[in-house]
Design a protein around this ligand. Structure first.
Ligand SMILES: [Zn+2]
Length: 89
């Protein structure tokens, strides 16, 4: 299904988007997708919130244990997504 492929791609790009590593073209694409897809938008919201909290409170890189907990949560939420999240292992 095309939508599933879009969502999988969107979630991968999501991490690059949050890290500010996306090109303008990709940023436009994912922004457009997020506006039309509540599933991905919820994930984006969650990640944005998380990063903000971590940056403001810890001021340090994300601990491995926390990364593991996030990966577990994401894999429960998106079973098809697998473990292939760039920069979040
Ligand atoms: Zn989506």
């Amino acid at each position: 299904m095309r939508d599933d492929i879009d969502c999988e791609q969107a979630l991968i790009l999501l991490y690059q988007f949050i890290d500010g590593e996306l090109t303008i073209e990709r940023r436009d694409w994912i922004t457009g997708h997020l506006h039309g897809c509540t599933h991905c938008f919820a994930a984006f919201d969650f990640e944005q919130e998380l990063r903000t909290v971590i940056r403001s409170r810890l001021q340090t890189p994300m601990p491995d244990a926390l990364r593991g907990r996030i990966m577990d949560a994401l894999q429960r939420e998106f079973p098809d997504f697998g473990g292939g999240v760039p920069g979040l292992h």
